[in-house]
Design a binder for this molecule. Structure first.
Ligand SMILES: Cc1cc2nc3c(=O)[nH]c(=O)nc-3n(C[C@H](O)[C@H](O)[C@H](O)COP(=O)(O)O)c2cc1C
Length: 210
């Protein structure tokens, strides 16, 4: 025969567990929208520095498309493209792609390009490069990343999209050529992709439409 106090304790515990689960579910339901708003605001803050001087309407994150590799853009990770508009017309695209050949592995970059192919900004989102050497690609460590805004495939021409040591027009980092080489290659490949696929970039259905 079962012991009544064991049964009572079991029922009390089950009741407490049920009430707690209910509370968690209710709290989640009430905060879900807020969490989503905060997530979006955080992402917007992260993306905006690559859009310097650009006028666009709506939120940066409104029209994003995620491409699975192989996608023709640099890297084997998913590539993300945020499309930006003004008066219903495309004005720019923001690319999140991966530079493959960093010194310590892949480097995730954010590149803004206006509709005419001019870079509106470059930022480094994730990397594992060495502190004091390759990590100077990070805007908090040096202004290396600032040299790309305003440049395009015409300025410099394609051969110039290399570090100065390799005959190009972009600064390297002292004692660390591998990292900037990897980033510049990814930027160049992304610009070429945009130039060759501009119409398609803005015609692809966004993630929320899929
Ligand atoms: C411990 C260690 C860490 C290094 N980290 C980097 C790095 O993060 N990025 C980089 O480009 N080179 C790094 N290097 C240097 C490269 O091996 C290579 O020598 C350098 O990129 C070549 O640049 P240079 O042609 O300007 O001399 C590192 C070297 C050592 C020994």
């Amino acid at each position: 025969m079962s012991n009544p106090s064991v049964l009572k304790n079991g029922l009390t515990l089950a009741l407490i567990a049920g009430v707690c689960s209910g509370l968690v579910a209710v709290t989640y339901a009430f905060t879900e929208d807020k969490i989503e708003d905060n997530r979006k605001a955080f992402l917007e803050q992260k993306l905006k520095p690559a859009l310097s001087g650009l006028f666009f309407e709506g939120d940066v994150t409104e029209s994003v498309v995620t491409l699975k590799a192989p996608h023709g853009l640099p890297g084997k990770d998913d590539a993300l493209i945020y499309r930006l508009y003004a008066s219903g017309e495309p004005v720019a695209a923001l690319f999140i792609v991966t530079a493959r050949n960093g010194y310590s592995g892949p480097i995730r970059i954010l590149l803004g390009v206006d509709i005419s192919g001019v870079v509106t900004g470059l930022r480094i989102l994730e990397h594992s490069e060495t502190p004091g050497l390759g990590d100077k690609i990070d805007e908090d460590k040096s202004d290396w990343v600032q040299q790309f805004a305003g440049r395009s495939l015409e300025d410099p021409a394609i051969d110039g999209w290399q570090i100065r040591n390799d005959g190009g027009e972009f600064d390297q980092l002292t004692g660390a050529s591998i990292t900037p080489r990897a980033v510049i290659q990814a930027v160049r490949e992304t610009l070429v992709y945009f130039a060759e696929n501009k119409e398609q970039v803005f015609a692809m259905p966004g993630d929320s439409a899929q």
